[in-house]
Design a protein around this ligand. Structure first.
Ligand code: IPM
Ligand code: MG
Length: 375
């Protein structure tokens, strides 16, 4: 016991911090303050290496993912990511834009195939949900497990070409059994530590991919007899999630469907500004992973630069990093609790402000202050 405590206290972790564009730097600043406090309270050392990514990297180096940034990530224990993209870079050639030129290559380069997006609606925040109060009363906790390095995002061919006197666009959806198996295992493992229910999403009534997805998920499920598995077509899932969000536990989805449904879940839970995510590769053993941690929302150019964005998703992403990449469970629990307390005591950024009694509207920095003081 003493030995392990001793080991913990000497530990050093290198984090590549890629704040990116839009609200990225504003919310990242708050997450870094939280990490600094964790460092002193829990006696661990974090070496923070800030690097350029996305539009700002294009402006400064002409590449959305400079070599130096990639090298820093390769030499780190984890990547803490902000957000990339914005109107300024939308008309660049597709492959040089922030999303296609930085975010997707980072996911692919590090084999981060498992994207975990917890959609948690705090009981004290149900009023921020845009859906009928009786449907979210008491809150809910749904985990979206999204496949992140395959499917239609990455399949080849992927192009726009001339055909006769017009253009055609081609995207290819490809899944190998092995890719479906490994993401399904992540979902089932996660469900074992939760309410033991998995809802698998596909479009098996139209797509060949859906047929293979369903068959493969069924096969993986047979190794988890305690789990209750059901399947939903993605269109039906979009409807059921909004009708009865509290009935779901783990939602397992291919890349594109997971992208869409996780935004829907985030909004049902109250705001994209609350939702963290982790993108993990193969386990490194001891239940730890190399991972990239980022808010589920984007760069929000509409509110960037005003200091009003919600920093909770970025701070909770840092907490996921401590949990999954460093195994600092107590520190991660402490961050989650302080965010919870801050929300419960009425602090609200604009995205979750509902003008209820006992709540006050705060800016990014004030939200950070409140979370720090609860830590
Ligand atoms: C997400 C984002 C990205 C995605 C974009 C920015 C490429 O929407 O992480 O959900 O589609 O994966
Ligand atoms: Mg998305």
């Amino acid at each position: 016991m003493i030995d392990s405590l001793h080991l913990m206290s000497n530990k050093e972790y290198k984090i590549s911090v890629l704040s990116g564009d839009g609200i990225g730097p504003e919310v990242m600043a708050e997450a870094i303050r939280v990490i600094d406090k964790i460092s002193s309270e829990f006696d661990v050392k974090f070496i923070i290496d800030e690097q350029l990514v996305g539009g700002i990297a294009i402006d400064k180096t002409s590449s959305p993912l400079p070599k130096e940034t990639l090298k820093s990530c390769e030499q780190s224990d984890a990547i803490l990511f902000g957000s990339v993209g914005g109107p300024k870079w939308e008309s660049l050639p597709p492959d040089t834009q922030p999303e296609r030129g930085a975010l997707l290559p980072l996911r692919k380069h590090f084999g981060l195939f498992a994207n975990l997006r917890p959609s948690i609606c705090f009981p004290s925040l149900t009023n921020a949900s845009p859906i009928r109060p009786d449907l979210v009363e008491g809150g809910f906790d749904v985990l979206c497990v999204r496949e992140l390095t395959g499917g239609i995002y990455f399949g080849e061919p992927k192009e726009i070409k001339d055909q006769g006197d017009e253009k055609v666009a081609i995207d290819t959806m490809v899944y190998k059994e092995s890719e479906i198996e490994r993401i399904a295992s992540v979902a089932f493992d996660a469900a074992m530590g939760r309410n033991k229910r998995v809802t698998s999403i596909d479009k098996a009534n139209v797509l060949m991919n859906g047929i293979l997805w369903r068959e493969t998920v069924e096969r993986v499920a047979s190794k988890y007899p305690e789990i209750k598995l059901d399947h939903l077509y993605v269109d039906n899932a979009a409807m059921q999630l909004i009708r009865r969000p509290r009935d779901f536990d783990v939602v397992l989805a291919p890349n594109l469907f997971g992208d869409i449904l996780s935004d829907e879940m985030a909004m049902i839970a109250g705001s994209l500004g609350m939702l963290a995510s982790s993108s993990l590769g193969q386990s490194l053993g001891n239940g730890l992973y190399f991972g990239m941690y980022e808010p589920s929302g984007g760069s929000a150019p509409d509110i960037a630069g005003q200091g009003i964005a919600n920093p909770c998703a970025q701070i909770l992403s840092a907490s996921l990093m401590l949990r999954y990449s460093f195994g600092l469970t107590d520190a991660a629990d402490a961050i989650d609790l302080s965010v919870r307390k801050t929300i419960d005591s009425g602090f609200r950024t604009g995205d979750i402000f509902t003008n209820d009694e006992g709540t006050q509207r705060v800016n990014t920095n004030e939200m950070g202050d409140a979370i720090l003081s609860n830590l």
